[in-house]
Design a protein around this ligand. Sequence first.
Ligand code: AGP
Length: 603
Amino acid sequence: MCGIVGYTGKRNAAPLIVEGLKCLEYRGYDSFGLAVMESGDGSAGHEDAAGKPTVIKKQGRISDAGSDVSVACGNIGIGHTRWATHGVPSDVNAHPHTDCSGDIAVVHNGIIENYAELKKVLIAEGHVFKSETDTEVIAHLLEKFCNTADADGLIGDEKIDFAVKNLMNTLEGSFALLILIRGFNGLIAIKRFSPLVLGIGDDELFASSDMTPILEHTQKILFLEDNDYAYLTPDGIRVFGYPSGEAVEREVKTVDWDVESAKKGGYEYFMEKEIFEQPAVFVNSFRQKIDDGAISVLKKASSITVVACGSSYHAGLIFRYLMEKYCKIPVRVEIASEFLNFTIAKGTAVIAVTQSGETADTLAALRHAKANGCPVFAVTNVLGSSVTRIADYVLYTRAGPEISVAATKSFTAQCAVLLRIVSLIGKGIFEKELFEIYPVLEETLLFDPADASAVCKDAENIFYVGRGVYYPISLEGALKMKEITYIHAEGCAAGELKHGPFSLLTPKTPVVAVCTKDDAYPVMISNIKEMKARGAPVIAIGSSGDKDLKEIADIFIPLPRSENICEVISATIILQMIAYNTAVLLGRDVDKPRNLAKSVTVI
Ligand code: AGP
């Protein structure tokens, strides 16, 4: 996830772009850049805009940038603050990206899935690339289509329409684009599966990934829809639909959010916003191409060991259950800080799962594995993070920056990548179901956690229980609850309760039980009856239409109708929502819980 911003109007663009990028820094902050140009002589239409776009871009945070960034002259501009997905954070990989001539500058939020093959063709046609990014293909494609339009004698809107429509026809993936083209007296905005909104000021127009930078200047917001493209010129905003090319009307709303609530997309906390980003994050993380070399090394391994901490450790446990069941490969999962105490069997492949890529214990564990001659892998959310410099193979989650300390979308993104590995080694097992999971997760987000939170908020202790893959899901649900509400919550294998924890069950000890219609269902039902017999209130999460479970539970939460594997992810989201809502009821600092840090970079 990155932040893009654009301006065209009566003022100098650079300072406005810089301030806009500072508002978007929470969307990505490993590098930044801007491109500005002067509009033409002001006559109507597309008179020649003076000179090429001037591009300034650097690795690092916009908030650390010096005043030199704001001095570039021009009243039309675009800017970008980056969360790297392709190509490590660096000056050359920062956006904007330009074509060979330097007449075209592009900023992009999203992922171009077919960039590799497009890049090959463009290089063969003589285009010279400077960066490792997927985005740069967009600038060269526009150059190619503009040159074709010139050869066909197209000018003005006809030329731009030709280039934009061919671009949208060629790109696969998600993109919100802002484009400067020399000779076009304004901005071009394109939206497909990534957010992009426009602002209407007094003789000035704005574009941005979200409203935050725009609300500083105007409350009149136009919401583009997927496959819209728009021209922002002195004549105003014109929006067109792809592929028809027909002009479309988009509603302009007056939005009275303050800047802080705009950063959170109108949600009260980043955690809630990040919970609601999960359908897209899961699908983007699952669908990505995984390095064949990595898969073949894992297939050949005599066993696999996962090293991780916290939520990432729980994701590793889920991976174990599924790999052992569907791929028959032995998998160990070790808490990273304990791993150095153990021997490593010959032929073991070791996978570090770490959202930040900076967790000291996990880095130490992976170095230990590497020193013992193991092939080492990293599943991480941050390009260029420390773990990527240790691992032989890096598999990225596509969660974008996760601001809240509590892991939510990064956890389900880790599950997505690990499930992809299971699917690729397991001959495509559950690939179809997970490719189509988006509506199931969207439906999951309709859940109202009020009843469950009302039971949890007054508890001093809460148990989370499950069997099989729902044991690590229970651990994760308990971690979410304890870390943001400060209520003691404990995840426990359902079959383990009778070996001690039962003594803690009272009418004041709620139990959250995940009990879907899988192999463990019958024994889970009897476990739940045993807990009920001791007076514990039971909140049961189960498969849609399960009348028996509804009958015995105090609160029954049905998952959307779906395949078992999808229920694993939707149950996770339900547990996140219960924890989140309970923390809000208790007035906790949800995004910044006491004593915790987002990344534990010390042993
Ligand atoms: C989970 O909500 C916490 N944020 C914490 O347990 C986290 O998962 C753990 O510290 C590991 O972090 P990492 O994934 O960045 O290595």
